[in-house]
Write a protein that binds this ligand. Structure first.
Ligand code: NAG
Ligand code: NAG
Ligand code: NAG
Length: 475
């Protein structure tokens, strides 16, 4: 007879496998679920608790499981499916946080640089930092995260190209894309997408996009897999035209890779009402954009937060959290997830100087050669770099107290293990069923009601998610 331990171990293996998110892949200009081929649009939040100054080599946003569990539960309730994390320290253990976000149905887009010495490309003299020292950080992040199925992609750079950047910076960043993709091809089981995140400097925006998305015959791996844009042009209750979103849509209508807002959410008008959500995921923009990430999760000095961390035991959801949630609850997830063969079959354009319009923008693709030590890392793997792996999520209770912006305690915040991507609570397509019925437009319930998706109580044990949750609570 099979022992209890054996049974338990095999059931656990099954359960954690069943609860893992399906990796996403790039097809034409869309992200798609690698299993169902459904379209995936990013409904996300930028995640950097403590701000960029909060990052140290001892603590990064994915190294403290208690904080990740708290935030993942509040993000599930909000309705998002993706976070972006800017600064990571490869030597820290990220297993618990990655597993928590995975179980929550939340993907991760990760920047590979950090602000410490040796952790970034110097935009004023890129050749000085394009070196093996920098690649310990870059490949270290890839090693640390390559085994997590919920890594959507890596950013090879964030706003590196701007008005102050040296003329040659584009070719160095494109070389970083190449080196990262070559490293992943050689050292990772999965082809994790690599992209670039651009500042919204309209003068050079399209040159930047074309520079990264075009196909280079003698270096196919240097083509970016996706393009992020940090855009703050919609302020308050603006409109598609006033905000210039119509121009962005027109500009990116012929993009050949997925494009999304890697940051959005202007805060010049407060509180933020997030009416741009309906435009971004609406009929007009959906063909050009794959969603976006609101800047940012926690309230910091620059005043962009959705939640405020009062102390280690208390969190307050701000008005912006409720307003964003109301907008998300109106989305038609069936339409957002529907695949479209026109979108997935677009072909890349070939790199040519005619793609670059401005004289001041670098217009050649003579990429720098890989430094020999870096070539060695690509060939043999970065030595002594820890690789993460999923672990069981051992606790699903949130010990912290949560208050809403009126000061009322929210008592029903709970972490739910999902078997698919998280979705806004009033929409369809979430939970373990994978099938989506038509979404109700009536549900805009917010306040203290963490309405469970599909109206199913969180104790439903039918699906794999529920099954895993039961185990998770036993472990
Ligand atoms: C997009 O492509 C179409 C068809 O080739 C072309 O007519 C149009 O001008 C292009 N739009 C932009 C903004 O490049
Ligand atoms: C599919 O995408 C194309 C553009 O990429 C768009 O013109 C068309 O309307 C879309 N079809 C559907 C059914 O949404
Ligand atoms: C690859 O092609 C580009 C564009 O044609 C060219 O500038 C570059 O020098 C070529 N690189 C090599 C190594 O041949």
């Amino acid at each position: 007879m099979i022992s209890y331990t054996q049974l338990f171990a095999s059931v656990c293996a099954l359960a954690s496998a069943a609860a893992a998110l399906t990796p996403l892949e790039v097809k034409g200009k869309d992200f798609v679920d690698s299993k169902t081929q459904d379209r995936f649009q990013i409904i996300g939040v930028d995640y950097q608790p403590g701000g960029s100054a909060g990052f140290t080599t001892k603590l990064d946003p994915l190294s403290d499981a208690d904080i990740c569990l708290r935030d993942a539960a509040l993000m599930q309730r909000l309705g998002i499916n993706t976070i972006r994390v800017y600064n990571l320290e490869p030597s820290l253990n990220h297993d618990e946080c990655a597993s928590i976000f995975n179980a929550a149905g939340i993907y991760m887009i990760l920047d590979v640089s950090n602000p410490l010495a040796g952790g970034y490309l110097d935009r004023s003299a890129p050749w000085t930092t394009y070196s093996a020292i920098y690649y310990k950080q870059v490949f270290g992040v890839i090693e640390g995260f390559k085994n997590y199925d919920n890594v959507l992609g890596f950013f090879a750079g964030n706003e590196v190209i701007n008005e102050e950047a040296h003329y040659l910076v584009p070719k160095y960043v494109r070389a970083i894309v190449r080196d990262m993709k070559d490293y992943i091809a050689k050292n990772s089981k999965r082809a994790i997408p690599v992209g670039y995140s651009a500042a919204d400097i309209r003068d050079i925006l399209m040159d930047t996009a074309h520079y990264f998305e075009c196909d280079l015959k003698n270096s196919t791996s240097s083509r970016a897999d996706f393009f992020g844009l940090n855009s703050y042009s919609w302020c308050g209750d603006s409109s598609y035209k006033t905000s210039g979103f119509d121009v962005l849509t027109e500009d990116f209508t012929n993009a050949t890779i997925p494009v999304f807002f890697s940051e959005y959410g202007c805060n010049e008008v407060q509180p933020r009402v997030f009416t741009e959500v309906q435009a971004l995921y609406g009929e007009e923009m959906t063909q050009a954009f794959s969603g976006g990430l609101v800047y940012e999760w926690t309230q910091e000095k620059n005043d962009y937060g959705l939640v405020k961390v009062d102390d280690s035991n208390t969190v307050t959801t701000l008005v912006d959290y409720d307003n964003f949630q109301k907008q998300l609850n109106k989305l038609d997830m069936d339409r957002i997830m529907s695949s479209n063969a026109t979108q997935t079959s677009v072909k890349p354009e070939v790199c040519s100087t005619s793609l670059i319009k401005r004289k001041s923008f670098y217009n050649a693709w003579d990429l720098p050669e890989v430094p020999s030590k870096v070539a060695d890392y690509i060939k043999n793997g970065l030595p002594d770099a820890p690789s993460g792996k999923f672990v069981s999520v051992s606790s699903t209770t949130i010990p912290q107290k949560v208050y809403d912006h009126t000061g009322k305690e929210i008592t029903d915040v709970k972490f739910e293990v999902k078997s698919g991507a998280n979705t806004p609570s009033s929409s369809s397509g979430s939970g373990s069923s994978g099938t989506s019925s038509s979404s109700s437009s009536s549900g805009t319930s917010t306040s203290s009601n963490a309405a469970s998706p599909n109206g199913a109580p969180s104790l439903a044990l039918g699906g794999a998610g529920g099954f895993f949750m039961l185990l998770a609570s036993l472990l």
